[in-house]
Design a binder for this molecule. Structure first.
Ligand SMILES: NC(=O)c1ccc[n+]([C@@H]2O[C@H](COP(=O)([O-])OP(=O)(O)OC[C@H]3O[C@@H](n4cnc5c(N)ncnc54)[C@H](O)[C@@H]3O)[C@@H](O)[C@H]2O)c1
Ligand SMILES: CC(C)CCC[C@@H](C)[C@H]1CC[C@H]2[C@@H]3[C@H](O)C=C4C[C@@H](O)CC[C@]4(C)[C@H]3CC[C@]12C
Length: 369
C-alpha cells in the first residue's frame, strides 16, 4: 500500500460479513472502495445473497468459519491487507451463556489480532459499541457526549463487558509488529443503537404492533434520549476508516470513534415511531402507561423466570433489568472526531435513512422473512 502502488488492488476481509451491519459493510465496500481487488466474507452462517455478489467485477470469497477457531481465522486473514472485524455475539437478552459471549467477542477478537500479527496484515478496524462506555449500572446520563467525555463506565452484563475487553485488546495491539516487520494499525468504531434495513428488533416491534391491532404502549418517558445511527452511515464509516488507516496511521492508530449521523435525538420508542408510524402503528400515551417501578418489577420477574426455566426452555423476552436500564437512561453522542480524523461525513441524510428504513419495515413486516 505504498505511494508507488496507487493502483494496487487490495484484499479486504470482513468478519461477521453476513450480519446486519456486516452485510452493509460488504455492499458498501463493493460500491465505494475503488482499490478493492478481493473481498473475503467470513461468517459462521453465510447468507444466500452472497451468491449474487460473486458475479461482479470484484472477486468475492465466502468463508464459512468461526472466530473462536484460531486456525480458521488465520487462514482467512492470510494475505489480506485490511480486516474489518464486525463479528460478534450481540446478546443482551440472556440467549447465550456469559462464557459463550466472552468466547466469541473476546477470544474471537484476540484470534483476529493474532492472525494479523502472524500473517502480516497491517490494518484492523474493530466494531465496538457505545456500551463499552455506557449507560452504566448507576443510570448516569451521557448527554450528547463525545470520545473525551468523562463518564463512569461500570459494566456487569456479559455483553458490554465483552465489548469493552475486546476493544481494549484492539487498541493495545496498535503498534505491534506484524510478520514482515511493519506495525499493526488499529482503531475502534463505537456505534450507538444501529437501525436500518435488516434491523430485526425493529421488525419484531412492528409485528408485535400489528398483533396488538396497530397499537404500541409507551413504557419509557419521552425525555430519555437514546442514541441511534443509520446502518448505511455506520458501514460507510467503517469503509472510510479502513481506507484512511494507512495514510493517517499516526493520527488514527489506537483511537476510538463514536458513530454518528443526522438522526434526531429521541427516546428509543419515539425514534422507532419515525418508521413504525408511517407503517400504520400508533404509540399510545404521552407518558408511560405503567409506573417505572412496575417495569422494574416485570423486568426482575422476567430475569427470575429465565433462570428458573433455563433447564427446560429458553425464556428470553426483550424486557429484562439490563435492557430496561439501557432504554431508560439517556445516552447520546455529539462529536465530529471521525470528520476531523478521517474526513467522515454521513453518506445518507436523515430523510434518506428514514425512507429506506420505512420501506424495509413495510416489506419485512409483511413477509415471513
Ligand atoms: N446492532 C447494534 O445496534 C449494534 C450497536 C453497536 C455495536 N454493534 C456491534 O456491531 C457488530 C455487528 O452487530 P450486528 O447488529 O450486525 O449483529 P448480527 O448478529 O446481525 O451480526 C453479527 C454477525 O457475526 C456472526 N458471528 C457471530 N458469532 C460468530 C462466530 N463465532 N464466528 C464467526 N461469525 C460469527 C453472526 O453470524 C452474524 O452474521 C457486533 O460486533 C456488535 O457488537 C451492534
Ligand atoms: C423497555 C422496553 C420498552 C423496550 C426494550 C428495548 C430494548 C430491547 C432496546 C433498547 C435499547 C437497545 C440497545 C441499544 O440500542 C444499543 C445496543 C448496542 C449494541 O452494541 C447492541 C444492541 C443494543 C444493546 C440494543 C439492544 C436492544 C435495546 C436494549
Amino acid at each position: 500500500m505504498a505511494d508507488s502502488a496507487q493502483a494496487q488492488k487490495l484484499v479486504y476481509l470482513v468478519t461477521g460479513g453476513c450480519g446486519f451491519l456486516g452485510e452493509h459493510v460488504v455492499r458498501m465496500l463493493l460500491q465505494r472502495e475503488p482499490r478493492l481487488g478481493e473481498l473475503r466474507v467470513f461468517d459462521r452462517h453465510l447468507g444466500p445473497w452472497l451468491e449474487e455478489l460473486k458475479t461482479g467485477p470484484v472477486r468475492v470469497t465466502a468463508i464459512q468459519g468461526d472466530v473462536t477457531e484460531a486456525h480458521e481465522v488465520a487462514a482467512a486473514v492470510a494475505g489480506a491487507h485490511v480486516v474489518i472485524h464486525t463479528a460478534g455475539l450481540v446478546d443482551v437478552f440472556g440467549r447465550a451463556s456469559p462464557e459463550t459471549i466472552h468466547e466469541v467477542n473476546v477470544q474471537g477478537t484476540r484470534n483476529v489480532i493474532e492472525a494479523c500479527v502472524q500473517t502480516g496484515t497491517q490494518f484492523l478496524v474493530y466494531t465496538s459499541s457505545m456500551e463499552v462506555v455506557g449507560p452504566n449500572t448507576k443510570g448516569h446520563p451521557f448527554y450528547r457526549g463525545n470520545e473525551d467525555t468523562l463518564y463512569e463506565a461500570v459494566h456487569r452484563h456479559p455483553y458490554p463487558c465483552s465489548k469493552a475487553l475486546a476493544e481494549r485488546l484492539v487498541l493495545e495491539a496498535n503498534g505491534r509488529e506484524v510478520h514482515g516487520g511493519l506495525p499493526l494499525v488499529t482503531c475502534a468504531l463505537r456505534p450507538t443503537g444501529i437501525y436500518g434495513e435488516g434491523h430485526q428488533i425493529m421488525r419484531d416491534f412492528y409485528r408485535q404492533g400489528l398483533r396488538l391491532g396497530g397499537w404500541l404502549f409507551r413504557a419509557i418517558p419521552a425525555s430519555v434520549e437514546h442514541g441511534r445511527v443509520y446502518v448505511g452511515n455506520v458501514a460507510w464509516m467503517h469503509v472510510l476508516a479502513a481506507r484512511e488507516l494507512e495514510r493517517r496511521a499516526a493520527l488514527m492508530g489506537g483511537q476510538v470513534y463514536f458513530c454518528y449521523d443526522g438522526s434526531p435525538y429521541k427516546s428509543y420508542e419515539d425514534f422507532n415511531m419515525e418508521f413504525l408510524g408511517p407503517c400504520g402503528l400508533q404509540l399510545v400515551g404521552a407518558r408511560p402507561l405503567l409506573p417505572y417501578w412496575v417495569l422494574v418489577f416485570l423486568a426482575a420477574l422476567n430475569a427470575l423466570l429465565q433462570w428458573l426455566l433455563r433447564p427446560l426452555v429458553l425464556y428470553a423476552p426483550l424486557l429484562n433489568p439490563y435492557t430496561l436500564a439501557v432504554a431508560s437512561t439517556t445516552f447520546t453522542v455529539s462529536t465530529d472526531k471521525a470528520q476531523r480524523h478521517f474526513g467522515y461525513e454521513p453518506l445518507f441524510s436523515w430523510e434518506d435513512s428514514r425512507t429506506r428504513t420505512i420501506l424495509w419495515v413495510q416489506a419485512a413486516g409483511s413477509s415471513a422473512q
